[in-house]
Design a protein around this ligand. Structure first.
Ligand code: ADP
Ligand code: MG
Length: 449
């Protein structure tokens, strides 16, 4: 890449990270003037811009530059005369474009639904076909089949999209049905606020009117007893009236720590399906559909490359596409394979390089809502022993770590403890579907870490 291409690639990424107004203000008339021994000289139009870039954006600029050119050591800004204004044509266009996107996809205040999420734009593959089919059935007869409908899976794999698509479709089919989508975190804060203001009855009444209640990321109910109580109440009264309840979570009901047993068994009383990882073919199909949606085109070679390089989840696939789209707009030219590779250097996944013992321990602790030091401790409590054994098991399976190393890593335990843990979990996975599932979900998180 020459200086011009490099700077355009930088701008393409920065454009996605800051507001269009700031972007237009601070990055107009900037360019790379020269490079010397890892120092990159950026020419800016005036001293005001220089100050802002230095003080506010230097970190971001450097990080992006570094991702594209690993020899970069430092960025310096100097006031100079610009040769060409790279943003002249593109900035007004991109601002309009963003505003359009906002208007087009306004979240409905009553339902909280975003019209962008539809079944039409939801690509189906082996990884999500069951969840899709069950969700579609729900839209035909809300409250009558699969109630509650529970979807689980890792981050960025389409849970929110599917849940909202169900909501949007129900509204289309049944004009008079009251649908409400609510992220669990928002529900939690509503409950807390209502307790503070002594308005819990009012909140209860508000939820009584709903025909289809969609509650996203229910794992955030973990440990919040008062909220669980309120939710249990709402759940029951809606359920008894044959109202539809749709739930998502990053794990199965069994694996949500500190979830009241009665709530757990309610969740398990309906249909539970998972969304796993899309295969390569589906990833490419998703990219193609997103290109159509955004009215952009890239060569098959480029799309195939993104599909095989970005494997972790669909959100990252979109992220990669956004970078290419921004580049294309700035450059008025489609990136070829070589430029694509450089642009996406930060995104391409290489799990084997990034997974280490620390990460495994962190992720296991987090998954079970424990502290890392709990796993290191000598506690024999059941809720700690199992996660500890799973972490040891994963160190062995995923990293081929030696048993003495594993013992030492967990607060200086004997290697026989590590062997015991490994063998116990390995044996248990076979007959215990739930454990197997939990470990799969933890592994998915490792991939995303
Ligand atoms: P999650 O809620 O599981 O974290 P999201 O539903 O937010 O994931 O999905 C992340 C992004 O990927 C969204 O922009 C969504 O539109 C897109 N996406 C997910 N699944 C699909 C799919 N099957 N087809 C098309 N786009 C998808
Ligand atoms: Mg989500």
């Amino acid at each position: 890449m020459n200086n011009e291409e490099l700077w355009q690639a930088v701008l393409a990424q920065i454009q996605l990270q800051i507001s269009p107004a700031s972007f237009a203000t601070w990055f107009k008339n900037t360019r790379i003037a020269s490079q010397k021994e890892g120092c990159i000289f950026v020419s800016v139009p005036n001293s005001f811009a220089r100050e802002w870039l230095e003080q506010k954006y230097n970190k971001t600029i450097f990080k992006v530059l570094r991702g594209l050119n690993n020899k970069a050591k430092e960025v310096r800004y100097e006031v100079g005369k610009p040769k060409i204004d790279m943003l002249k044509k593109t900035v007004p266009f991109s601002i309009e474009n963003r505003q359009l996107e906002f208007q087009e996809f306004k979240v409905d205040k009553n339902t909280n639904l975003n019209p962008r999420y539809t079944f039409d734009s939801f690509i189906v593959g082996p990884f999500n076909e069951l969840a899709h089919a069950a969700g579609w059935a729900v839209t035909k007869k809300p409250g009558q089949v699969y109630n509650p409908f529970f979807v689980y899976g890792g981050v960025g794999l389409g849970k929110t999209h599917l849940l909202q698509a169900i909501g949007n479709e129900v509204i289309k089919n049944f004009k008079d049905k009251k649908v409400k989508y609510i992220p669990t975190e928002k529900f939690v804060s509503e409950v807390i606020l209502s307790i503070k203001n002594r308005e819990t009855e009012k909140l209860k009444a508000k939820y009584q009117k709903i025909d289809v209640l969609i509650i996203d990321d229910v794992q955030f109910l973990t440990g919040k007893e008062k909220t669980q109580e309120e939710f249990f109440y709402t759940f029951n009264s809606l359920y008894e009236k044959n109202k539809q309840i749709i739930i998502s979570s990053d794990r199965t009901p069994k694996s949500i720590p500190a979830l009241a047993e009665r709530l757990r068994s309610r969740f398990e009383g309906g249909m539970i399906t998972d969304i796993s990882f899309p295969d390569l073919e589906t990833r490419i199909a998703i990219l193609k559909s997103k290109c159509q949606e955004r009215k952009v085109e890239f060569s098959d070679e480029v799309l195939n490359y993104i599909g095989s390089a970005v494997q972790r989840n669909i959100r990252e696939l979109e992220g990669a596409l956004n970078i290419l789209i921004a580049y294309q707009k700035l450059n008025n030219n489609s990136p070829d394979l070589k430029i694509t590779k450089t642009l996406l250097r930060n995104l391409a996944s290489s799990p084997s390089r990034t997974v280490n013992a620390k990460k495994i321990i962190q992720i296991v602790a987090d998954f079970y809502d424990l502290k890392e030091r709990d796993l290191m401790s000598i506690s024999r409590k059941k809720e700690i022993v199992k996660p500890r054994q799973i972490a040891m098991f994963l160190l062995r399976r995923e990293l081929k770590a030696s048993f003495p190393f594993i013992g030492r890593r967990f607060g200086g335990k004997d290697h026989t403890t590590a062997i015991y843990a490994y063998e116990k979990i390995a044996k248990e996975i076979d007959g215990n579907e739930n454990l197997d599932e939990e470990i799969e979900l933890i592994k998915q998180r490792l991939l995303c870490a």
